[in-house]
Ligand binder design. Structure first.
Ligand code: HEM
Length: 448
């Protein structure tokens, strides 16, 4: 089943996302961004290069890969994956560049309008692929499938709130109160889309990597119901943006749901961890625990962020984007890249020659060191933003850049099979991030 449902473009999504990650960290260091100037247009551009270029693209690439596994059938409309990726890259770059028009660079204004259009097209194509694959009578009963569907509603809310703010900032007649729209926009992006999608995918991934039973628990059903309630509240908030009412009561409701939902999700993961049949968890799972710690921290900071805004809001956003979502993604990306490479290169050789195990494609000590630097820097960055400590924040950015570069090298080494001994390596290596156009797949099979 797996070999037949693999999407050919996943590694291209991952490649584009890694480039955006390195670029955003480099630009953050080069432009002198610190806790005191995060609302500057160039900071907004970098935040979106990170949030859309890195996190959203990697999440969408992962969804295109895992939705067929969740639904146990091949991806529908899979030909849309490439145009969706191209529109997403183009939209991210133009939106990020367009933010500079807020600093008086008039030349960037058309890009500010073009970005949301291209991103909207990309998201629509992905929604068509994902929903047509996921929605069947059998799959809709699974909480993790419903969670991914709620995440897509969050993606729609994210786009609508973002596009409404772009429209306001470019002086169009469709205007919203940005001070009300911004908290909702951040909640849609970080919670409603990225976190819900990460939770939906993680149930399957964690059970797979820990060799734990997959049966849904009451906690999982409750997390789904709370996620659906939260998405419903936030979409109501989006409608209220058009009127004059205050969103404060609604945001308090979202905070309360987040606290309860997060506690139930963590309890469910603890249950999986205890029921695992793999005695020593692999590197990706050990570092996912650190990511879960950051999830708890960012949700604990959320009420203060909504109540006070300012430094604690920035710390909560940083802990969520860099500590929770990025640590989880980087840790899993190493393992998923090794797995996809193994399937691509060695699965066809099973039975014909001795094949190495998936784990031998990675260098756990090197990857572990990079993830240690990443997580420590994420912690220092969160603390520095909460306390307004400029030097600490800049140090954290340096650490993040070093760690991301190391992880990029490790991903390159995995793709080049560099950790294998020469006799174990095949004569021809797979392409780094593009599908293998040279060698057509066997009939009915899709390449990685
Ligand atoms: C996961 C994706 C996204 C995340 C996590 C995200 C997050 C954020 C954050 C944290 C801010 C505030 C930054 C600050 O004040 O320093 C922001 C502002 C903004 N975002 Fe996004 N965003 C995302 C996607 C989008 C999209 C798709 C659009 C457009 C369609 C968009 C448009 C805007 C605009 C116009 C602002 C500026 C509002 C202002 O002037 O303060 N964002 N976003």
């Amino acid at each position: 089943m797996l070999g037949k449902s693999l999407s050919p473009w996943t590694l291209s999504w991952f490649g584009a996302a890694m480039i955006a990650l390195l670029l955003s960290l480099l630009l953050a260091l080069a432009t002198g961004i610190g806790p005191e100037n995060l609302d500057r247009p160039e900071a907004l551009a970098i935040v979106h290069l990170f949030a859309l270029g890195w996190l959203t693209q990697v999440m969408l690439g992962a969804l295109v890969q895992f939705v067929p596994v969740l639904a146990a059938r091949p991806l529908a409309f899979s030909r849309l994956a490439l145009p969706a990726l191209l529109c997403s890259c183009f939209g991210t770059v133009t939106l990020a560049g367009g933010f500079l028009s807020l600093d008086g660079y008039e030349i960037a204004r058309p890009f500010f309008l073009l970005g949301p259009v291209a991103l909207g097209l990309s998201f629509a194509m992905l929604a068509v692929m994902i929903l047509s694959t996921l929605i069947t009578r059998q799959t809709l009963r699974l909480p993790e499938v419903r969670m991914v569907i709620v995440a897509l509603a969050g993606l729609a809310g994210l786009w609508l709130s973002g596009a409404a703010m772009v429209s306001t900032l470019t002086g169009s007649h469709l205007a919203v109160d940005i001070s009300q729209a911004l908290p909702l926009h951040m909640l849609f992006g970080i919670g409603g889309f990225l976190t819900f999608a990460a939770c939906g995918v993680s149930y399957k991934l964690f059970a797979m990597f820990l060799l734990a039973p997959e049966a849904a628990s009451w906690q999982r059903r409750a997390v789904f119901s709370l996620a659906a309630l939260m998405a419903g509240l936030m979409l109501t908030g989006l409608v209220m943006l058009a009127g004059a009412g205050s969103l404060a009561p609604l945001l308090i409701g979202v905070c309360a749901i987040s606290l309860v939902g997060c506690a139930l999700y963590l309890d469910d993961v603890r249950r999986l961890w205890r029921a695992r049949r793999r005695p020593v968890p692999e590197l990706n799972m050990s570092w996912s625990r650190v990511a879960l710690g950051f999830l708890a921290l960012s949700v604990l900071l959320l009420p203060f962020a909504v109540w006070q805004g300012g430094a604690l809001a920035r710390a909560s956003v940083f802990a969520a984007l860099v500590g929770w979502l990025s640590t989880l993604t980087l840790a899993q990306m190493i393992r998923i890249t090794a797995f996809l490479t193994w399937i691509q290169v060695f699965a066809p050789l099973i039975g014909r020659r001795k094949v190495p195990v998936v784990q031998s494609l990675t260098h756990p000590r090197r990857a572990g060191l990079a993830l240690t630097i990443w997580s420590l820097s994420a912690g220092i960055g969160t603390l520095s933003l909460a306390t307004g400590f400029h030097t600490g924040f800049r140090l954290a950015l340096c650490g993040l850049l070093i760690a991301a570069t190391q992880i990029l090298c490790e991903l390159g080494a995995i793709r080049c099979l560099s950790h294998l001994s020469p006799p174990e390596r095949p004569a021809r290596l797979p392409p780094l991030i593009l599908p293998n156009f040279m060698k057509p797949p066997h009939s009915g099979e899709t390449q990685i």
